[in-house]
Design a protein around this ligand. Structure first.
Ligand code: NAP
Length: 625
């Protein structure tokens, strides 16, 4: 359904309201800021809609209200445009995003700017030409950072361009930067810092100080956005002009469910897909989206809000001498400390700030010594959970002191392992259970253990879809695709192949999969063999690292198949990589450079450029972390 159809049907109903269908007098006034006639019209209109259409319409209105509150309140017949006083000039927002957080902040900024009447353009960094910065007056960059201080894939080109000799002088540019990152890493918010430095070096002036936000960035980012927009509005308001502001039509059609307002879905299936003797527990998860109206594309991720283990909460409370009933205020709500730890705070992963604060509170000599050595502190925090840190020195804490150590709970993102062309209103995930022994006790990851252990089939889980436009199948179904996804990195490729199957795509498909052992860890083996047999999967190369003495990884298979892989690239193939960013993705990148160099008779530099050009042409896409 497109937006115009909805608008037309709403308009038609305006003159067609029967008294029987109107709300009883007064009810509309109690339930909504509508008069009785408006409420009656709305009721009559919605009575003819299916639940799915209702969800769509609610998303449509939500989109309107987010972007143009004053216009959304205007009569529907005028909803497509509104006359507003609008500051002259334009704000450009660019996002450098890996997992969607920076994109989300940039989109919120765009909506808020529109609500302020500021003309605004939003760009994915990969779609923005760096030289155009010279034509801009006001730019805000929202930049996340990869683990080791690298720019997200969608911003590598812009990041390189701005530090190259080709970068333009920017004397007329005013800019602001929001960095997003994780302070557990050494190069915290490095990409944001880089953009700030690059722009300043080219003569641009920051109109607001950069902020470097940690994982629980929402509140801080929101305050910064409000301040930044105030300044932009003031600066652009030198020549106020009345202008017709178009409503953001495409955005209005989104489902109303998002990170802040997740959909409460039902777990249908949680099935272990590694063998009994595997060293890993990997789950195939199926979730019912029912009539939520949530849609996704292959390559998108599912955000999952989870609850912490009540047993772990009890162990933490006992460790610091709290009973669990002590009351604590969280987000203007009074909760018992037990409930707060179950649903509001991160209590599994540790981080350097937590260790530092607890070192001071407890006076633990071991922790205080660690605090003085940043590398060791990061390593320690990376290998411990909150309970391990608390056990370093038993210390009584108040509920406020305990919560003061913690970050707010954030949802986990999982690459989606299904295509809606195959599974309709379901969404499938491939989840590796994080599980290890520490001090003779089992430690579990927060979200994976929630999905695998604490959530029963039929239970409720809060989810939202996180679009990833930087990991998408080629538009043409005739283009060959090469998919490289060891371990749970296989997830999006199950989605890709289902989509290609249902679209009757003619293009060839090649999968490189790697895992520990053939018998225990070949994820979705039966499905891949079926696709191979049907011919949909043209080629399958597997690397089982622990089936022989020497390690064999996907990059070894890539090198063995160099000639054929080069041939596919000459035919225009797209390459996709999903999984571990720290080692695998780097080694695969190196292997691709080697293939280009050997097969294309290129120098190392030329081969690097060749692979870079593939990335710029969106023919080399990665979903790695
Ligand atoms: P895993 O067991 O850690 O690894 C899968 C296979 O990769 C094993 O055979 C492993 O071999 C091998 N491997 C180890 N080092 C490698 C290297 N340098 N190059 C190539 N292969 C290597 O798999 P997993 O537990 O499923 O996790 C995979 C990783 O992907 C995790 O870090 C996960 O967080 C990440 N992931 C990311 C995304 C995403 O970005 N969207 C999605 C899914 C998973 P050995 O263990 O025998 O050395």
């Amino acid at each position: 359904m497109n937006r115009d159809v909805v608008t037309m049907s709403l308009q038609k109903k305006e003159n067609n309201t029967s008294p029987e269908n109107s709300a009883p007098s007064g009810i509309a006034g109690l339930t909504a800021p509508l008069n009785d006639q408006q409420f009656g019209q709305l009721q009559q209109t919605v009575s003819e809609l299916s639940p799915q259409q209702l969800a769509w319409v609610s998303g449509y209105f939500w989109g309107l209200s987010q972007s143009q509150p004053s216009a959304a309140a205007a009569p529907i017949a005028n909803a497509a445009s509104a006359v507003a006083a609008k500051p002259a000039g334009k704000l450009t927002i660019i996002f450098a995003s890996q997992t969607g957080n920076a994109k989300g902040v940039a989109e919120a900024l765009e909506a808020e700017a529109k609500a302020e009447g500021i003309a605004v353009e939003l760009f994915d960094a990969s779609d923005y030409k760096g030289k155009n910065l010279a034509k801009e007056t006001h730019v805000i960059i929202v930049a996340s950072t990869n683990g080791e201080g690298e720019a997200p894939d969608n911003a590598i080109e812009l990041h390189e361009f701005l530090q190259s000799k080709k970068a333009p002088k920017l004397p007329n540019l005013k800019y602001g930067v929001i960095g997003l990152g994780d302070s557990s890493y050494e190069f915290f918010c490095q990409t944001g810092k880089d953009f700030d430095a690059f722009l300043a070096k080219q003569g641009a002036t920051s109109f607001i100080d950069r902020i470097d936000c940690d994982v629980d960035y929402e509140g801080e980012a929101q305050t910064w956005r409000a301040k930044a927009l105030e300044q932009v509005k003031e600066a652009l308001s030198s020549g106020i002009e009345a202008e017709v502001v178009q409503l953001p039509l495409a955005q209005a059609a989104h489902s109303q469910y998002n990170k802040q307002n997740p959909y409460t879905a039902t777990l249908l299936t949680s099935q272990k897909i590694t063998g009994r003797d595997s060293g890993k527990d990997v789950r195939h998860i199926e979730i019912d989206l029912e009539e939520s109206g949530l849609t996704y594309q292959p390559g998108d991720a599912l955000g999952v809000w989870f609850e912490n283990s009540s047993d772990l909460v009890n162990a933490i409370l006992a460790q610091v001498g709290l009973s669990g009933v002590e009351s604590i205020d969280v987000d203007d709500e009074s909760l018992s400390i037990h409930s707060a730890l179950v649903s509001k705070y991160e209590i599994t992963a540790s981080n350097p700030q937590l260790v530092t604060k607890y070192a001071e509170l407890s006076g633990s000599k071991k922790l205080l010594k660690l605090v003085d050595d940043k590398d060791k502190l990061r390593e320690y925090a990376g290998n411990t959970q909150l309970i391990d840190v608390l056990k370093e020195k038993k210390t009584k804490l108040s509920a406020e002191e305990l919560v003061g150590l913690l970050r707010k709970l954030t949802p986990r993102l999982y690459s989606i392992a299904s295509s809606q062309t195959e599974v309709d209103e379901e969404v499938h995930l491939t989840v590796g259970l994080v599980e290890y022994d520490k001090c003779d006790e089992k430690r579990f990851g927060g979200a994976s253990s929630f999905l695998a252990h604490r959530l029963e089939e039929g239970g409720e889980v809060k989810v939202f879809v996180e679009n990833n436009n930087n990991f998408k199948l080629p538009e043409s179904d005739d283009v060959p695709v090469i998919m490289i996804g060891p371990g749970t990195g296989i997830a999006p490729f199950r989605s890709f192949i289902q989509e290609r199957d249902n679209r009757d795509a003619e293009g060839k498909n090649w999968l490189f999969f790697g895992d520990r052992t053939f018998t225990q860890d070949f994820l979705y083996q039966v499905e891949w063999q079926k696709y191979l047999k049907s011919g949909l999967l043209t080629q399958l190369d597997v690397a089982f690292s622990r089936d022989q003495h020497e390690k064999v990884y996907v990059q070894h298979r890539i090198l063995e198949q160099a000639q054929q892989l080069w041939g596919w690239l000459q035919e225009g193939a797209y390459i996709y990589v999903c999984g571990d960013a720290t080692r695998m993705a780097k080694d695969v990148h190196e292997a691709l450079i080697t293939v280009a160099s050997q097969q294309g008779n290129l120098s190392r530099e030329q081969a690097e450029e060749y692979i870079n050009d593939l990335r710029k042409a969106k023919r080399y896409q990665r979903d790695v972390y």
